[in-house]
Design a protein around this ligand. Structure first.
Ligand code: PMP
Length: 407
């Protein structure tokens, strides 16, 4: 059987089995962070109970085991993203740090006055602010690809923005606010025709979409482990070797050096050049278990299940008088943003929480997008592998009751 056994998957997630405000928990805030299977939680425990030591320099057995555990995740991540080389995987705190790393190293070295950086209207603040800071420092210009009313980037407008001045195109793979999946292959190919480097914010893509960095020919790719069943505090920056080698280091300190004298320091090879100090070893190790979890169930099967939930929830919510869906892109990840006529999103969120249903409300760290849409925020339900149609029925029932009072 090709389809997943969702009930047995649910058993692997301890947090799901509790009551919130006297009702069984329904967790629909997966785009913010999703829940962790027992295998990830156990990997954390196991690491601290058996292998804990500082990595890379120790000659004792525990240090060797900890180093091997840590580097094992790097290999798994490299395979997961299909990087050409394992050394192209750099561990960071998350997507935000990955983007900031590129802005403050590659950006500081290669962006000059008058250069242009292109982002899109859909961006999360973490793919806006680092570039604004860089542009301010360098006198460079930030350009923004507009979107159509469905919430899709307008490729013809993107083509008009591209020029010899374009040095970087940094766009989101899948929008956390609307769910829109960007046509990234086309964006990358167009940007490359103009000699620009491309960064993809893969925070919402990595657990759901096929990510093959070589096939995409993307230059930089950022992701967060906590959005793919892994721990918080860990992320990845993928970069092509040639780019990473040309970049100056990010932070200075231990691990990132080759030789230090008081006169001059030479730097370590990639990836260590970008990993100063003791990293988040335990969480990186547990991230390996999260990658195993996704591989074991199959990203394509997880995505198929989530897509079914997306269509089911969209149809159900759309049919409720007074409810409107925000973002109607043809190609979406499992994110449904909506509004209930007569209610502030925050009130909807509190009403649902009282019924054990966790959703996100607000601007979703995409204030410029909300401003463009002429709204303050939305209510957002986002689905992961362990969610079910029965849970969506309960959401729809609750929203129907609320909307019925005013619509
Ligand atoms: N980009 C997108 C599209 C996101 O959804 C998020 C997290 N909400 C981020 C970037 C930032 O990720 P993190 O907070 O894990 O660094």
């Amino acid at each position: 059987d090709w389809s997943l056994d969702i009930q047995s998957i649910r058993k692997q997630f301890p947090v799901l089995h509790q009551e919130v405000n006297g009702k069984p928990l329904i967790y629909f805030d997966n785009a913010a962070t999703n829940q962790k299977p027992s295998s990830v939680i156990k990997a954390l425990d196991y690491y601290y109970e058996t292998d804990n030591a500082n990595i890379h320099r120790g000659v004792h057995t525990l240090a060797e085991r900890a180093t091997a555990d840590f580097e094992e995740t790097r290999k798994k991540a490299a395979a997961f993203l299909n990087t050409k080389e394992v050394e192209e995987v750099i561990f960071t705190k998350g997507t935000t740090e990955s983007i900031n790393l590129v802005a403050s190293t590659w950006g500081r070295k290669f962006i000059d006055k008058g250069d242009e950086i292109i982002i899109s209207t859909l961006e999360h603040h973490s793919n806006i602010v680092p570039w604004q800071m860089l542009c301010e420092e360098k006198g460079a210009i930030l350009r923004v690809i507009p979107i159509n009313p469905k919430g899709e980037v307008i490729i013809d407008e993107f083509k008009k923005l591209l020029s010899a001045k374009t040095k970087l195109v940094s766009v989101v793979f899948a929008s956390n606010a609307l769910g829109t999946i960007n046509p990234v292959a086309e964006i990358i190919s167009l940007a490359h025709q103009h000699g620009a480097v491309v960064l993809l914010d893969g925070a919402q893509a990595s657990a759901h979409l096929d990510v093959d960095v070589q096939k995409l020919d993307v230059d930089f790719f950022a992701l967060s482990a906590h959005k793919m069943y892994g721990p918080t505090g860990v992320g990845i920056l993928y970069g092509k070797r040639s780019l990473l080698e040309a970049m100056p280091p990010y932070q200075g300190g231990g691990e990132m050096i080759s030789e230090v004298t008081f006169e001059k320091t030479t730097y370590n090879a990639i990836p260590y050049k970008f990993e100063a100090g003791t990293p988040n070893i335990a969480d990186v190790v547990a991230f390996g278990a999260a990658i195993d979890f996704v591989n074991e169930h199959g990203k394509d099967r997880i995505a198929a299940h989530e897509e079914e939930l997306l269509h089911y929830a969209t149809a159900k919510l759309e049919s409720i008088p007074g409810v409107s869906i925000v973002g109607q892109a043809a190609d979406k990840v499992s994110v449904v943003s909506f509004l209930v006529n007569g209610y502030h999103p925050l009130d909807v969120g509190m009403y649902l929480d009282a019924r054990g249903i966790a959703v996100r409300t607000g601007h979703h760290c995409t204030q410029p997008l909300m401003k463009h849409l002429g709204i303050e925020g939305t209510v957002r339900a986002s689905f992961s592998v362990y969610n079910t149609k029965e849970e969506i029925d309960r959401l729809a029932e609750a929203v129907t009751l609320l909307a019925g009072r005013k619509n």
